[in-house]
Every structure is written in structure tokens, then in C-alpha cells.
Design a protein around this ligand. Sequence first.
Ligand code: VGL
Ligand code: ZN
Length: 201
Amino acid sequence: MKALLLIDIQYDFLPSGSLAVPEGDAIIPIINNIQDRFDLIVATQDWHPKGHKSFASSHQGKKVFEMIDLNGLPQVLWPDHCVQGRHGAALSDSVNWNRTEAIFRKGTSPDIDSYSGFYDNGHRKATGLSEYLKGRHITDVYVAGLAADYCVYFTAKDALEEGFNTFVIEDATKAISADGFLQAKKDLQDKGGHLIQSSLL
Ligand code: VGL
Ligand code: ZN
């Protein structure tokens, strides 16, 4: 059984959002087109409390995109984004969500970031996504959404570790940094993951 994971397709990651991914909106028609190939569709939603420690604004004298150590983990400092209840945190209305059976929210703990849909960045707390997919007899996980080099990459990495056959749909994701995505793709392929184009689904 095949699941499509739609990662963080939220206004703050789309053009004019606070952490806009270049050409992020280009993935939306593709995602709306491929949904009928899957047995199950699940979404994730980045959902930070205001003042989240991944925000540069939460650290005096620190700038956006600076790296810090956050409770023993390396942390990129982001612009404020996906704040619970704000417009920027909402899932894009341009995506067809009719077949999305569940939405897993992440990044809700104030002191730790969570790129993956499965675990926080310290692998300390699970979201329940793995058990949910296994309970639905999913063997193959296809990952799409934003951003390719962060939440899509970390979700695919955890999907591999959880034992799923894992695919990233390359034209259904966009990266914050092209170089970052190149490294991410190499790492996923080294770990047994697959990169595919939506035309081959
Ligand atoms: C993301 C940075 C911070 C993502 C979320 O969805 O890729 N990136 N929070
Ligand atoms: Zn975030």
C-alpha cells in the first residue's frame, strides 16, 4: 500500500510567506494531479508556538540563518514562521485536501525544532505518524511538499529508518538551498531511498 505525505504546504513557505521557498507554488498543480495514484494521503503542518526557539527573534543579537547550539543540537535560526493560528501557518487553499485523512502537526514544543513528520530533531518525541502508516498497512511512502532540503529530506530519512520503501517526488518539492538539496539527495540515495519524477508514477 502506498501513501503520499504532503509536507508543510503552508502560506509561510509559499511566495510572499515569511520563509518563502523559491518557486514553492510550482509544486501545487503537480500534487493535485498525482493524488489518485495513492491509497492514503497524509499531511504535515509546521505549527510553532509564538517565541519558538528556532526563531532568530527569540535570541538577542542573533540573525536569521545564523547557526546556534540549541540544547545540544545545531539549529538554523529562521524568520518567525508558521505560528499557531496565524494565516502563514494555514495549509494552502490551492491544494486539494479532500483525500487527506490526517494532519500531523510538528514543531509544537517551544525548545526543539522538528523538521521530520515522524520525530523532533533530537528523535526524542514521536508524532505517531509511523504507527499510523503501519496501522494502515502502508509499505511505500512518497514524500512531496516543502522544503526539499529540510522537512521533506528529514521526513524521507526517518521514513527509511522506519523501514518504509521511500521515494521523494523531485518535481513535487522545492528547496530553500539547491546545494542543500543536492547533499540531501545523495544522502537519501546512500540510505536506499529513491528520487523519482511525478511523470513516472
Ligand atoms: C521547514 C524550516 C523551518 C520546512 C520548517 O518545512 O522545511 N523549514 N521550519
Ligand atoms: Zn519551522
